[in-house]
Design a protein around this ligand. Structure first.
Ligand code: NAP
Ligand code: MG
Length: 400
């Protein structure tokens, strides 16, 4: 059978450890036999980042801006132990952070639902996609320990020298104080990314802050979202039959728990940090979470939400058997191929991505899965496969 043709290459960002092993197995067994794969390859493996003084990471981000769609393998973010392990020239920054900064993007994370892996929240029938604002607030704060009596003020000095002051608190004894900020531009980029993603995925968008208490700071988020929605998206949402709604964060949390799922939940930086861990663990498994970075210019970078699965890799290096779940990495590939197919009007490529996803889920539903899923499945007597056997079982399902 003729392979499916591509027109524009994908940006392929290879990575580290166990996920790098899975990456090659997925390409060899599930993609290349069916698709005449065109990629622009960037090796983001730690050794090559070190060899290129991390230039390769920025080059891969630039390529994503040029070509529009990327697929990324998990990568090591170096710490002191990794500097030693790999003999690094420097403790290079997180590749995801570098790529996110270059693309000014927002990350959307969604669980992959499959029969036999039930969410802990009984009424969640569809995925909940979490969009986390990735700039500012408490992550860029300035903190102070206040030793004793005195006053703390916020002071803004404009470039012309004019000062504006607000009293934070007059301390009678010791305490703590904190200053944080955010930027209209960054909030607007976040809003555009959320509205575009809602339209693209035809899902409602929820946004929540604590604007009743934070009447200037959080209220600014609410206003920017509303202004952008009214001016540029309200009509399109109506046509698409989807809804944008704003509510208080505590109300949103209560509604999320009672909802059937199937919407996007946009969160400020801290709320997104906390709530994404809650939502993903309640859906079942980190190895079943997809992640896509969307830039305001409409560039898409797909990856798995989990890391390089270091512990499994060390077992693999010793020649021991591993049972590492490749589902989220397969879905990074299908997400990127589907998007490429949509942008280039290649219905066969879109169809292939959909079929590969269905084959992956059908394999699990037939009782064949990796160990992490076997531990939590409601399917009786699951068959635990190793990393390679699981990928080959998906191939059988795809062919069958
Ligand atoms: P991790 O790779 O996500 O793995 C943590 C644990 O979760 C594993 O030891 C494993 O548990 C389980 N797990 C995760 N993914 C799995 C999969 N696909 N199949 C089966 N089990 C899976 O996190 P980490 O060990 O903390 O980090 C390792 C490296 O990844 C670090 O160097 C970190 O910098 C990097 N990282 C990269 C990204 C990214 O590129 N997006 C994200 C996070 C972390 P068991 O060992 O109990 O089986
Ligand atoms: Mg966190």
């Amino acid at each position: 059978m003729a392979k499916i043709a591509m027109t524009t290459p994908l940006v392929e960002m290879d990575g580290d450890e166990m996920t790098r092993i899975l990456w090659q197995m997925i390409k060899d067994n599930l993609i290349c036999p069916y698709v005449d794969l065109k990629t622009e390859y960037y090796d983001l493996g730690l050794k090559n980042r070190d060899n290129t003084d991390d230039a390769v990471t920025l080059e891969s981000a630039r390529a994503t801006q040029r070509l529009g769609v990327a697929v990324k393998c998990a990568t090591i973010t170096p710490n002191a132990a990794r500097v030693e392990e790999y003999g690094l020239k420097s403790m290079w920054k997180s590749p995801n952070g570098t790529i996110r900064a270059a693309l000014d993007g927002t990350v959307f994370r969604a669980p992959i639902l499959v029969k036999g892996i039930e969410p802990n929240v009984r009424n969640w029938q569809k995925p909940i996609t979490l969009a986390r604002h990735a700039y500012g607030d408490v992550y860029r704060n300035t903190e102070m320990r206040i030793p004793g009596p005195g006053k703390v003020e916020l002071v803004y000095t404009a470039d012309d020298g004019t000062e504006t002051r607000e009293l934070v608190h007059r301390f009678e004894g010791p305490g703590v104080a904190q200053g944080m900020h955010n930027l209209d531009n960054s909030i607007a980029s976040f809003a555009h990314a959320c509205f575009s993603f809602a339209l693209d995925s035809k899902q409602d968008l929820w946004f929540a802050t604590k604007d009743t208490i934070s009447k200037t700071y959080d209220h600014r988020f609410k206003d920017i979202f509303q202004e952008i929605y009214d001016a540029q998206y309200a009509e399109k949402f109506k046509e698409a039959g989807i809804v944008y709604f704003y509510t208080l964060i505590d109300d949103a949390v209560a509604r999320v728990m009672k909802s059937p799922g199937g919407f996007i939940w946009a969160c400020k930086n801290y709320d997104g940090d906390v709530m994404s861990d809650m939502v993903s663990s309640a859906f079942g498994s980190l190895a079943m979470m997809t992640s896509v970075l969307v830039s305001p210019q409409g560039c898409w970078e797909y990856e798995a939400a989990h890391g390089t699965v270091q512990r499994h890799y060390y077992r693999y290096l010793k020649g021991e058997e591993t049972s590492t779940n490749s589902v989220a990495t397969i879905f990074a590939w299908t997400g990127a191929l589907r998007k490429r197919g949509e942008l280039d009007q290649l219905p066969e490529l879109v169809d292939f991505a959909n079929r590969l996803e269905r084959a992956t889920l059908a394999t699990i539903e037939s009782g064949k899965m990796t160990k992490d899923l076997a531990l939590i499945t409601s399917i009786e007597n699951p068959q635990v496969l190793n990393s390679r056997e699981f990928i080959l079982a998906i191939r059988d399902m795809l062919e069958g």
